[in-house]
Write a protein that binds this ligand. Structure first.
Ligand SMILES: *[C@@H]1O[C@H](CO)[C@@H](O)[C@H](O)[C@H]1NC(C)=O
Ligand SMILES: *[C@@H]1O[C@H](CO)[C@@H](O)[C@H](O)[C@H]1NC(C)=O
Length: 418
């Protein structure tokens, strides 16, 4: 691995009354960019493959399609296709789940294909997809779509739900769990990120970034049931500062957000962190899968403090070899830690102030690449921010060759963990 020491010398000229003072400052000097990302797709705004020009024109006229209001969130891969979630933080988002063939040759402003189709995204019917920020796809092609972005229910009138779609059968809905309001508030819920655990009849763990009732949902596919755990480690840390990103101040006290799962070992560990926090925590999944234990208070003693990250994190993901990749939003960068090392050995592997504006979520393909989406997310969920239609690139999907697969596979030789 090549090591580039980057030193940027900045010269500030400050004028005082008649005196010129010149400061030479070492702005940053760190071992960033140990790796190199490549941009595979980018958009200045999202548009779709409409059924007809009439459908498009009507959607524009009725303000059901407002291009500058659409932000791509979660990205996941299955076979040679990329799936993208489009949460309804704003109005004018006509589709919440879409796809794109991975091999699409054009990089910029590709039209997204509604998934499973336009009808499945018709939000006037509650059983259809409403507002999704993230999903996960298991190795059998079952997509767990988390339909629970309900912070601003002007946009969505239906209860939160978890929907399982069979990607090998035209995206057919094979299972649905409607979530009661004690699990996800129909007016204030913010189901954010998800990991899938293929054990004991399949489980999923989902963060609820709701400011009113934050927590982690445990979903049992076999029981078609969910329960929720709440703890102070899931709230923002009081001493963590606001941060500036691309000239805007981000000050929301955003709770539990990033979530990652280790590959299957003797034990399996779930990692989580609040957005406005530095601390990373972990908990054994045997604890989470035990609903009775989760309803007691003793499970809290089983939360492990893992370490302090270099900055605040939105998305994170672990690969099949136990490497945790985590976004470092205010650093415009990415961190990496291997589960078999002490957290002190974690490092910032990449920073880019031009293109890594709000590092959000991850996905991995079957060819050894990890993908990261950067999407200016704060501008979309801070609804007082005015969005304009311009040609500037706002969203990018970057990829990096890491030679491993997602945590859903196990490429480890070690047998012991913790
Ligand atoms: C969106 O895509 C359609 C084709 O599906 C095209 O006719 C329309 O002009 C596009 N709109 C914008 C704003 O790019
Ligand atoms: C939006 O509102 C929040 C408080 O709800 C405030 O902190 C933030 O500065 C506002 N942003 C803009 C762009 O006005």
């Amino acid at each position: 691995m090549t090591f580039h020491k980057v030193i940027i010398m900045c010269v500030f000229v400050v004028q005082f009354v008649g005196v010129n003072l010149v400061f030479v400052e070492d702005v940053f000097s760190s071992n960033v960019n140990l790796v190199n990302f490549q941009t595979v797709f980018e958009w200045s705004y999202i548009n779709f493959t409409w059924n007809s020009y009439t459908q498009y024109r009507k959607a524009v006229q009725r303000r059901l399609y407002i291009p500058q209001n659409i932000m791509p969130g979660g990205i996941k891969f299955y076979r040679e296709r990329l799936y993208i979630a489009l949460p309804k933080f704003r109005n004018g988002v006509p589709v919440t789940l879409a796809s794109l063939p991975k091999s699409t040759p054009r990089i910029t402003n590709n039209l997204l294909i509604p998934y499973p189709h336009w009808n499945g995204n018709d939000d006037s019917i509650c059983s259809n997809l409403q507002s999704i920020l993230n999903m996960e796809i298991d190795p059998n092609g079952i997509m767990y779509a988390v339909d629970g972005v309900r912070m601003n229910n002007n946009n969505v009138q239906c209860p939160c739900k978890i929907v399982l779609l069979d990607l090998n059968n035209h995206g057919k809905q094979i299972q649905t769990l409607i979530l009661s309001s004690d699990l996800c508030l129909p007016d204030g819920g913010f189901l954010n990120d998800i990991v899938v655990d293929q054990s004991d009849g399949d489980f999923a763990y989902i963060t609820d970034t709701s400011n009113i009732d934050p927590g982690i949902l445990v979903f049992s596919r076999y029981q078609n049931r969910a329960w929720k755990i709440r703890d102070k480690t899931m709230f923002s840390q009081p001493n963590v500062r606001n941060f500036e990103i691309d000239g805007d101040r981000f000050s929301q006290l955003t709770p539990v957000d990033g979530i990652a799962l280790s590959p299957k070992l003797k034990q399996r560990m779930l990692f989580f962190c609040a957005l406005m926090a530095y601390n990373l925590y972990g908990i054994n999944t045997d604890v989470l899968k035990n609903e009775r234990l989760c309803r007691s208070d003793s499970w809290r003693n089983m939360i492990h403090y893992i370490g302090r990250k270099q900055s605040q994190t939105d998305g994170m993901m672990m690969d099949s070899k136990g490497n945790l990749y985590y976004s470092l939003v205010p650093l415009y960068g990415l961190g990496r830690w291997n589960i078999f090392e002490n957290f002190d050995a974690s490092e910032v592997i990449y920073e880019n102030r031009q293109t890594f504006i709000w590092t959000d979520g991850f996905g991995m393909d079957q060819h050894g690449f990890i993908y990261l989406i950067t999407n200016w997310a704060y501008r979309y969920f801070e609804t007082n921010y005015t969005l304009e239609f311009t040609e500037d690139i706002r969203f990018r999907i970057h990829r990096l060759y890491v030679g491993s697969r997602s945590y859903l596979f196990n490429d480890l030789r070690h047998e012991e963990i913790f």
